[in-house]
Design a protein around this ligand. Structure first.
Ligand code: FAD
Length: 417
């Protein structure tokens, strides 16, 4: 049975102190002052040595790949781990989850900006790139020296990302390509220095839905690439979101991920979706934990009708439901940690079921936290309104609630006798 260890709790306290000292006082600036989150995030990575760990991990991964019978960084370990190895892996997975939970308690947008840069962009290059591509583009993104963006969504293709995709690449001369298309809702899009651009190979005679999906790595400032200003939006203001416009962007073969047309983005999509969904569960735990903490404190000190509002059964019901959500989410995070440590990944259906639950739980809890705070809850100063606006995104990105429902149901139906 997994529980947070003393070491995990020490890390949790240290990250919480960082958030209280470095993020909480700047929340208004990050949320409403159009200040990008990257400097604070870099300070966070440096303070906890995460950038250095990423660098060391990168070197180890390349060494493993170079070894005879080189192992892919994402391949499951071939042998059962010893209890010591298992404990180390559990620690590593827990240490990755705790910062996500803690940052989400204050600023889920910062987790989104960091997660898309390191988790989606960095991982896409690490899982399908050549060694040269990893060294050139993945390492600076993994350490957050550079900001990454991962661009699949388009104005007319969101949930049906591959099917409706209009962005194209066309073969051009000596192994090069010409890229065209518009991407929207791209996290870090306005500021990204390294962009994974996903598009369809324009091949005569191949029907649109059957075309190969290829990924290219782009640098900001390339001719024909325009990055929009950040959109104004409902929540996660500390995560800049924007559009990308590509008009006849000419690239050499070294920018095609994997340098082969056979490394299609479809093959990497399943693990990307599962990882994204697990990340949402971890974020939801942070949001719920903080909303509950603020609500409990308020329910004890706010007096109406001569008694603290926490004495009213209707308020108690809300608090109890928050605890149910917190316990469920924590168990899901623990399961993710144990599965990762065992070198196994959740099935897409299980990851989808968890994401579906987590997003709704986070939104419900955050809205009830606003309710417990009454009029104060509607005011920015009490912070629960920010968390409520932020929580809504969990039902939209990484696949909407409706898409999770269909993934779960499709899996159930495929198993039914
Ligand atoms: C803040 C933010 C950050 C984002 N970051 C990124 C990013 O970094 N990179 C990136 O590529 N994308 C990103 N996205 C895009 C995100 O993944 C999409 O918005 C999401 O997948 C939904 O697509 P859509 O907005 O086009 O909605 P649509 O697909 O148009 O959906 C509209 C509605 O129809 C429903 N619907 C669609 N299909 C079905 C169906 N088959 N059955 C039932 N209901 C259905 C949806 O659930 C939804 O309720 C981001 C979005 C936001 C808002």
């Amino acid at each position: 049975m997994f529980e947070w260890s003393e070491t995990h709790l020490m890390l949790r306290d240290a990250v919480r102190s960082f958030c209280e000292a470095e993020i909480e006082p700047r929340l208004d600036e990050l949320e409403h002052g159009d200040t990008p989150p990257y400097e604070v995030l870099r300070k966070f990575l440096k303070t906890f040595g995460v950038d250095e760990m990423a660098r060391q991990n990168f070197v180890r991964t390349l060494e493993r790949e170079d070894a005879p019978g080189g192992q892919d960084s994402e391949a499951p370990p071939s042998q059962e781990p010893s209890p010591e190895q298992m404990a180390q892996r559990v620690d590593a997975a827990a240490m990755r989850s705790i910062p996500i939970i803690e940052l989400s308690r204050y600023c889920p947008g910062m987790v989104t900006a960091m997660g898309v840069s390191i988790g989606l962009t960095g991982s896409a290059i690490m899982s399908r790139g050549t060694r040269a591509q990893k060294e050139r583009w993945a390492l600076p993104v993994l350490t957050m020296e550079k900001i990454g963006a991962w661009a699949i969504t388009e104005p007319n293709s969101g949930s049906d990302a591959f099917g409706g995709m209009k962005s194209t690449c066309k073969r051009d001369g000596e192994g090069g390509y010409i890229l065209n298309g518009n991407k929207t809702f791209i996290t870090n899009g306005p500021y990204a220095e390294t962009i994974v651009f996903i598009c369809k190979l324009d091949e005569a005679g191949v029907e649109s839905r059957q075309r190969k999906i290829l990924s290219f790595v782009l640098d900001s400032g390339m001719e024909g690439l325009t990055q929009s200003k950040p959109f104004k939006k409902m929540g996660i203001h500390s995560s800049p979101t924007g559009e990308l416009f590509l008009q006849d962007v000419r690239v050499g073969p070294e920018r095609l991920l994997g340098e082969t047309e056979n490394a299609t983005a479809r093959s990497g999509a399943k693990s990307t979706f599962s990882a994204e969904r697990s990340g949402v569960v971890t974020m939801a735990l942070g949001i719920v934990d903080r909303c509950m903490e603020l609500s409990l404190s308020y329910a004890k000190q706010r007096v109406q009708f001569g008694q603290p509002i926490g004495q009213f059964q209707l308020i108690q019901l809300k608090l109890a439901q928050m605890e149910v959500a917190r316990v469920n989410l924590q168990n899901m995070v623990f399961r993710n940690i144990e599965m990762t440590a065992a070198g196994r990944s959740l099935s897409l259906a299980e990851a989808s079921a968890m994401k579906l639950y987590a997003a709704k739980a986070a939104l419900d809890v955050a809205m009830e936290a606003v309710q417990i705070h009454g009029g104060n809850g509607y005011m920015t100063e009490y912070r629960v309104e920010q968390l409520a606006r932020d929580a809504k995104i969990l039902q939209i990105y990484g696949g909407t609630d409706e898409i999770q429902v269909s993934q779960v149901a499709r899996d159930l139906l495929s198993r039914a006798g």
